[in-house]
Design a binder for this molecule. Structure first.
Ligand code: MN
Length: 451
């Protein structure tokens, strides 16, 4: 399986030609790309991959909305939309280690020194109120300065100068931890920021797990072959050989800069904060590189991140409650879990497992297996009719959650809650649901009654 963005675009075109649209008319990177993606979805119900050939102020074409279809993401993982969880879990359980290769197309152009100019890249502004142009599709590749532990993640970058950006490191997560280790030694953290990859690589980067789980192995397992990596020009960091563009960088120690506001997946434009600074040491790219943008806070962003979050939660709940049936993340910081509860108390164990498995998770609702977690009405019905809040709600105070949650306290701490909406003491012993007798249901034929 080819592991570059281009071969995936070819696959999209072959599978469903109307899923790939080229826009030749010039567009303004300030707001117009996001506006066109959202308008196309809301007014025409369409969400194709969009390639903008002419973007004002840059010679790079821009690709966006790549991930805005579950069928597309499933195809990137070599499975069907129904099979995405199982496929992702299998990749987490059986990662394929990466392979180092001597060179690759990402080295066709190498820019250093005075030739580095981030303003030559598309300066995309996504939403009203954003502090400036952001790169939203950059995947960080970095190593623990004291160990052979590697990490990949999406990190938003705000353009700050010809060779400077700010970076959002999620507080308490893995790249944040690497940076704090380097900072304590007074050293910069070498990092590469990779833009324009096969969606299997993007999905792998979003894997949630322990710091020693190597996302690059999950990328390989999703691709079905080892991810091919090349060494950076200015550091020992390894990057995908078939990427469109790489920013070879350092995150500086003991330096911060104002970042934001920026409209995020929470549905809010969150205000300015002090964040870490990235210095670019080299830019390498394909000769005719495509610049990738994620239409942040819309389907392009949400669908991509949901698959890895749900897979990890499924894994964590299953470790505690083997009879877990389904897991769904219907919105920010929230998950619904259905279990076949064998003994009382398993719902609460499922709540603890889910809250413990994902830093961002804030509200967990557990229902019995007769409730479809993909139907919000059924979940609400279960909460209303099987839950007594004074008995069935668990609140954990003063924990660390997402620093992008506008309801979190000033210091970034948050409470988390679990709702046990399973029937007590058991579904079998609970007040029965109403039903027409099955024998009558089967006997009657609508046609016999002229219906
Ligand atoms: Mn990690």
């Amino acid at each position: 399986m080819a592991q570059d963005l281009r071969s995936f675009l070819d696959l999209v075109k072959r599978r469903k030609p109307e899923d790939f649209r080229i826009v030749s008319k010039e567009v303004d990177p300030a707001y117009e790309l996001t506006a066109l993606v959202v308008k196309l979805e809301r007014e025409a119900g369409r969400r194709p991959v969009l390639l903008f050939e002419r973007v004002k102020g840059s010679r790079f074409p821009v690709l966006t909305n790549l991930h805005a279809g579950r069928a597309r993401l499933a195809a990137a993982m070599g499975t069907t939309p129904e099979g995405t969880h199982a496929r992702y879990l299998a990749a987490m359980e059986r990662p394929i280690p990466p392979r180092i290769v001597p060179t690759g197309p990402v080295k066709e152009v190498v820019l250093t020194g005075e030739k580095i100019d981030l303003y030559a890249l598309p300066q995309i502004v996504h939403h009203d109120g954003d502090a400036g142009p952001y790169f939203t599709a950059a995947i960080s590749f970095a190593r623990d300065p004291t160990a052979e532990t590697w990490n990949c993640a999406y990190n938003r970058l705000m353009v700050k100068g010809r060779d400077t950006t700010s970076i959002h490191l999620t507080t308490g997560k893995h790249l944040f931890e690497f940076h704090r280790i380097a900072e304590a030694r007074g050293e910069p953290l070498p990092v590469a920021l990779v833009i324009g990859v096969h969606p299997a690589i993007g999905l792998g980067a979003l894997a949630i797990g322990s710091i020693d789980e190597d996302e690059r192995g999950i990328m390989g397992a999703l691709l079905g072959e080892p991810l091919e990596l090349v060494r950076c020009e200015t550091s020992d960091v390894l990057v995908p050989a078939h990427a469109e563009l790489v920013l070879e960088c350092e995150i500086l120690p003991r330096a911060r800069t104002p970042e934001g506001p920026f409209g995020e997946f929470t549905g809010y434009s969150l205000g300015e904060r002090q964040r870490e600074i990235v210095r670019v040491k080299a830019i390498t790219h394909r000769r005719d590189a495509i610049f990738h943008d994620i239409t942040v806070a819309h389907l392009d962003h949400m669908l991509l991140s949901t698959i890895p979050i749900e897979a990890n939660l499924h894994r964590a709940v299953r470790a505690m409650v083997p009879s877990v049936r389904a897991v769904r993340v219907p919105g920010p910081f929230t998950c619904f879990v259905s279990i076949e509860q064998r003994v009382p108390g398993q719902a609460k164990n499922a709540i603890l497992a889910a809250l413990g498995a994902d830093l961002y998770m804030k509200r967990v609702v557990v229902v019995d297996e007769d409730v479809d977690v993909f139907d919000d009405r059924q979940v609400n019905w279960a909460i209303a009719t099987r839950c007594q809040p004074d008995r069935d709600i668990t609140i954990v105070t003063n924990t660390r959650g997402s620093d992008l949650d506008p309801s979190a306290r000033e210091d970034g701490s948050t409470a988390k809650w679990g709702v046990d909406a399973t029937a007590k003491p058991s579904l079998a012993a609970y007040t029965p649901r109403h039903r027409v007798p099955p024998a009558v249901w089967q006997r009657l034929d609508l046609k016999d009654f002229g219906l």
